[in-house]
Each structure stands twice: as C-alpha cells, then as structure tokens.
Design a protein around this ligand. Structure first.
Ligand code: HEC
Ligand code: HEC
Ligand code: HEC
Ligand code: HEC
Ligand code: HEC
Length: 492
C-alpha cells in the first residue's frame, strides 16, 4: 500500500515536485524551529522564512501533489479510452490494491498535515501581528514609522495595539488590507511617502481607550521644555507651562480633555489632510443641543466630516517626527552634544537644514564633515577633539531619525497636532475665527490651555524654586568659594 502511495505521489513530474516542496519545506521548518528552540536569534527575516514563506511552499505542495495525480489519471484515462466509450468519469475501484493504497495513504497523512497546516497558519497570523513583522518585514517602507516608534512611550505597546485592537471585525479588516499591503510592497506599488492621516484608522474607543480611560481626570501638568540660544555659549533657557489637561471631575469635565467627554460629541468638516478645518459641530447629548462654529470661508467640495477623538490631537503617539530645533536641543540637554562647543546650537541648526541628502550614509558623512569644517575654520584648537566628532555623530543621528530619503520623508512632513509651535495643531480650531451665528468663538486665549510659568528664561526665580534651574552663585559666596578652592588645591 505504502509503495503504491509513494508511486502515485512521485509517479509524475508535477506530483514529484509537489512532494519535494512538502518534504523540503517541512525539513527546513523543522530545522529552523529546532534552531530557534536552541536559542538561535535570526532576527525578523528568520521569522518570515519560518512562519510565512516556508509554510506557503508547504501549502502549495499540498495542492500540487493531488493536481499532478489527477492530471496523470486524466492522461491515463484518455489513453485507455481509445478502446472504450468516451464521457466516463474515472472509476475509483476499491478492489484494486493500488487505489486503496493511495486513498489510505492520503487519509493517514491528511490528519497530521491538516493539524500542522492549522498550527502554522495560526503561528503565521500571530507573527504577522507582531511589531517585528510590521516594522521590519516591510523594512524600507515602514522604516520611518518603526524608527520613530522605537523612541516613543508606546514602544512596548506594539503596532497592532493601535492599528488593529481587539475583536474579530477589525482583525479581519486588518488582514484584508494587510494582504493588499504585502502585494503593494512585493510589487513596489506603495505611495511614497505613506499618506497621513490614516482614513481607515480604527476609532480610538477600540484602541487607545482599551488602555487610557477618556474621562480620567489628569489635572494640570507641568511641562518644562529646555532650549538653547544661538549665541557662542549656547545659553540654556527653559520654558515651563502648566498645561490644563483636565478631564472629568465630579461628573463635570473641563480643560483639554473636555473634548473627549462622552457627554458630548465634536464633529468637524475639513480637507482630507485635516489641516484646514471648516465647520465645527458641538452636540451636547444631555441637553440635546447642537452648536456650529463656522470658519470665515466655506468648505470646498471634497471636504469630509469626522468625529473628533484622541487621534485628532494625539496623532503622533507612536511616530512623532521631530524638528531640527527639537533634536539639537535634546542632544544638547542629554549631553550627546557638548554644550561647551562654541556656536554648536546655531551651527547644528544650519547644518541640519541647509541640505537634503540622498541617503543616510551620505547624510552622516556630510554632516560630520560640515561640523568639522566649521571648527577647523573658526576654532582650530577644538577641531580635532572628540567633542566635535561626537557632535557630528549626534547631528547625523538627528537627521537619520527624521529623514528617510527612500520614502521621501523629511523633517516635519508628518505634522504633530499637539500644541501650535511647529504646525497649527490646536490653532486649526482655536483661532478666534471659528464663530457661531451669535458670535461665540473657539477661543485663542493663552490661559485656556496653559499658564506660562516661564518663557525662554535662563534665570527664572520660579524655576529655581521648583529646582529646575541652578541659582546663580551669590557674589560674596562665589568669592568665598574661589578662595577655599584656591586654598585646598594650590596645584591647579
Ligand atoms: C500608540 C498607538 C500606535 C502605535 C503603537 C503604532 N501606531 Fe502607527 N499610527 C498611530 C496613529 C494615531 C497614526 C496616525 C493617525 C492619523 O493621523 O490618521 C498612525 C499612523 C501610521 C502610519 C501612517 C503614516 C503616518 O505616520 O501617519 C503608518 C505607516 C503606521 N502608523 C505604522 C505603524 C507601525 C509599523 C507601527 C509599529 C512599529 C505602529 N504604526 C505603531 C498610532 C500608533
Ligand atoms: C496597549 C495599551 C496602550 C494603547 C493601546 C495605547 N496606549 Fe498610550 N500609553 C500606554 C502606556 C503603558 C503609557 C505610559 C508609557 C510611559 O509612561 O512610559 C502610555 C502613554 C501615553 C501618553 C503619554 C505620553 C507621554 O509622553 O508621557 C499618551 C498621550 C498616550 N499614551 C496616548 C495614546 C493614544 C492617543 C493612543 C491610541 C492611538 C494610545 N495611547 C494607545 C499604553 C497604551
Ligand atoms: C483636544 C486635544 C486632545 C484630545 C482630543 C485628547 N487629548 Fe490627551 N492630551 C492633550 C494634551 C495637550 C495633553 C498634554 C500633554 C502634552 O502637552 O504633551 C494630553 C495628555 C494626555 C495624556 C498624558 C497625561 C499625563 O498623565 O501626562 C494621555 C495619556 C492622554 N492625553 C490620552 C488621551 C486619550 C486616550 C484621548 C482620547 C480619549 C485623548 N488624550 C484626547 C490633548 C488632547
Ligand atoms: C487651544 C489651546 C492653546 C492655546 C489657546 C494656546 N496654547 Fe500654547 N500650547 C498649547 C499646547 C497643547 C502646547 C504644547 C504643550 C507641550 O509642549 O506639551 C503649547 C505650547 C506652547 C509653548 C511652548 C512651546 C515650546 O515647546 O517651547 C508656548 C511658548 C506657548 N504655547 C505659548 C502660547 C501663547 C503665548 C498663547 C496665547 C497666544 C498660547 N500658547 C495659546 C495649547 C494652547
Ligand atoms: C476640531 C476643532 C478643535 C481642535 C483641533 C481643538 N479644539 Fe479645543 N475646543 C474646540 C471647541 C469647539 C471648543 C468649545 C468652545 C470653546 O470653549 O472655545 C473647545 C474648547 C477647548 C477648551 C475649553 C474646554 C472647557 O473647559 O470648556 C480647551 C482647554 C481646549 N479646547 C484646548 C484644546 C487644545 C489644547 C487643543 C490642541 C491640542 C485643542 N483644544 C484642539 C474645538 C477644537
């Protein structure tokens, strides 16, 4: 019987190929699984090979083997039919030992094969939801999002947490659009850059709100931003804001998270990029009233309505691309760029913004050279120092974290709607120009959203009291300090 089964699955070229596909893919999957079990870390591509590519070969083999047998049977039948009347279906004669062999072989093998195929499919589907797959399988395509994601507070959340969420409906939707995306990547049909906003994004109640409670009362949050000025000493200045995040307290919500209180809904009409907002409609469910704030100009054709949720402000919770200013300030405050390098803030900004590079390698090399060139020309004593080297590296990083030439992603191509510094953000609505018929405005008063505790200050009393800034030494104390130092360490 076994002999007949093997004869059938290898008895024609097509089935033979199918059999080889099954055998080899199983062999490789087995070997790779054993290697992984023994601790071999092959990275993202190993996962794709083990759980996606090889199982596809395996499944293709399963289809090809019976196809070959069937074609072979048809050919045999045709040849045999020369003598017999035409139009008969092939006879499955269970009295023949060979037929029984083939049938039994198939039944015996189909059980473990189906179990294995189901297991592999399950693994593959799970694997395709992993951040590793989303971010790295389509390496070049998702590199911008993946790079920014790795610096975000959500790096442990995973792509699927926000892009799929729980439940079968969105899972299926994600698999369907995911299949199209795989094809787009395979045949190079995807847009560059990937457009934003994501019109098919799942509403936040199925994603963000699985982890964040929309009516949670956050209250006021002190946000301190450190900046550096353009002068020779890169003076450190701080801006401190008491941001009125608010939320719901005692059934009443106020402050910034007032927008997402379930007791009312805000809808707005905008262009497809959501950058220009026309009508804003505020519906109070409890009172059953609706207010419409209209922009100065009417909405053009092609405008779309959208119900506001978390993502209309937090549109970059996981992939926030930064401005050159932010990156240079961050590198200076983290010490990746040495603050004592003269004019490094000004020069860093100039070097990061004066040129676009065709690749990350060229960007790193070009930026490092430009930094060196400035110090060779102006401060030759610092030119060869490790600080200049480090500054070149940090600025190269800053460029490569936010610019992806192969995807046509550049600084601030993807706007961040929190705030109003680099892009209009909150001011898309809060511009004093959206008004109701009775003249009520969506206001721009600074105090509505935050109190400014200090703005670009290098010696703020308040910041010193909060321990956010060092107090300048008192003149008398300073003298004393110098005196003791001189006394205790005469050698220096
Ligand atoms: C914390 C939630 C969250 C996580 C985690 C997350 N994303 Fe996103 N993603 C978003 C939001 C929100 C948007 C943009 C929404 C909008 O403006 O339409 C977005 C947009 C995108 C876009 C469209 C381009 C853009 O930047 O607007 C891509 C591509 C993308 N995400 C890929 C990924 C990948 C890959 C991962 C995992 C490495 C990931 N996302 C993880 C929330 C998330
Ligand atoms: C699977 C759970 C999960 C999901 C889904 C999720 N978050 Fe978060 N989020 C977290 C955790 C955990 C933190 C805290 C991270 C930390 O403190 O480092 C966080 C932090 C934040 C913060 C504060 C960031 C900061 O700088 O401190 C914001 C804002 C935020 N999430 C918004 C969102 C938005 C908007 C979405 C949906 C697009 C979302 N989150 C989806 C778990 C989640
Ligand atoms: C009108 C704009 C807006 C909307 C809508 C909005 N947020 Fe926020 N949220 C903010 C701002 C502004 C902050 C202050 C943080 C900052 O300045 O970075 C904030 C802060 C947060 C924080 C951090 C709080 C902390 O402890 O510091 C979380 C978490 C958060 N939001 C989650 C959400 C979620 C979830 C939703 C949707 C249910 C949402 N937000 C809707 C504007 C908004
Ligand atoms: C509709 C709400 C809103 C209004 C009105 C508003 N702001 Fe802001 N502003 C924000 C938010 C949100 C941020 C971001 C806070 C953060 O950095 O986390 C911000 C940030 C800032 C910053 C800090 C920028 C930085 O990163 O250094 C300054 C300065 C500022 N606002 C000044 C003003 C002034 C001046 C006004 C009045 C003309 C004003 N804002 C009105 C919401 C608002
Ligand atoms: C889609 C339009 C829209 C956007 C975008 C928007 N708001 Fe609002 N916001 C409104 C409307 C409408 C009101 C109600 C009218 C008013 O009080 O000015 C409001 C009210 C507020 C209030 C007063 C809430 C209260 O206690 O009554 C605050 C604070 C606020 N917004 C902050 C922000 C901040 C911060 C951002 C950006 C992160 C922002 N808004 C973005 C439409 C918007």
């Amino acid at each position: 019987m076994i002999k007949h089964f093997f004869a059938a699955i290898t008895g024609n070229v097509i089935s033979l190929i199918g059999t080889l596909m099954i055998a080899l893919s199983l062999l490789f999957i087995g070997a790779l699984l054993i290697m992984q079990a023994m601790g071999f870390q092959g990275g993202a591509y190993l996962g794709i090979v083990t759980f996606v590519l090889l199982p596809m070969v395996f499944l293709a083999g399963i289809i090809v083997v019976p196809l070959g047998i069937w074609l072979q049977k048809r050919r045999d039948a045709k040849a045999a039919a020369e003598g017999r009347p035409v139009g008969h279906l092939p006879i499955v004669d269970l009295n023949k030992e060979s037929t029984r062999g083939i049938l039994l072989g198939f039944v015996a093998l189909s059980v473990p094969i189906i179990a294995l195929a189901a297991g592999l499919t399950f693994k593959a589907v799970h694997y395709m939801d992993s951040t590793e797959f989303c971010g790295m399988a389509c390496h070049k395509v998702m590199q911008p999002e993946y790079t920014a994601f790795q610096r975000s507070p959500h790096v442990r959340v995973g792509c699927a947490g926000c892009h799929i969420g729980p439940g079968a409906e969105w899972f299926v939707k994600a698999k369907i659009s995911g299949s199209w995306q795989l094809i787009a990547v395979a045949f190079d049909l995807y847009p560059r850059p990937i457009p934003t906003p994501v019109h098919s994004l799942r509403p936040a109640n199925g994603t963000c709100e699985q982890c964040h409670w929309p009516t949670k009362f956050v209250g006021e949050r002190l946000k301190v931003r450190t900046h550096y000025t353009d002068d020779e000493t890169n003076t450190e200045v701080k801006t401190a804001l008491m941001v009125k995040v608010g939320g719901s307290e005692g059934g009443e919500s106020h402050g910034i998270h007032w927008h997402v209180d379930p007791k009312h809904t805000i809808r707005y009409l905008s262009d497809p990029t959501r950058e220009t907002i026309y009508d804003i409609e505020l519906t109070d469910q409890a009172e059953g009233t609706t207010k419409v704030y209209k922009a100065a100009e009417g909405a053009p054709a092609g405008s779309e309505w959208r119900t506001m949720d978390c993502v209309d402000c937090h549109n970059r919770p996981a992939h926030n691309y930064r401005s050159p200013q932010y990156e240079v300030d961050l590198a200076l405050s983290e010490g990746r760029i040495d603050k004592t390098l003269p004019y490094i803030k000004r020069e860093g900004m100039r070097i990061l913004t004066e040129k676009e590079y065709p690749s990350h390698e060229e960007a790193r090399a070009g930026i490092a050279d430009a930094v060196k060139a400035f110090y060779v020309q102006n401060y030759p004593d610092r030119a060869g120092s490790p600080e200049v080297e480090a500054a070149g590296k940090a600025l190269g990083d800053a460029y490569c974290w936010n610019n992806f030439p192969q995807m046509k992603v550049t600084w601030n191509l993807y706007p961040n709607h929190i705030g109003h510094k680099d892009t209009p953000g909150c001011f898309r609505c809060h511009d004093n120009k959206h008004k109701t018929d009775t003249g009520e405005k969506v206001g721009k008063k600074c105090g509505t959203c935050h109190n400014i505790v200090a703005e670009e200050e290098s010696d703020s009393k308040l910041l010193q009291e909060l321990g956010l800034q060092e107090a300048p030494p008192e003149p008398a104390a300073a003298e004393q300090g110098t005196a003791t130092e001189a006394a205790t360490s005469p050698a220096t």
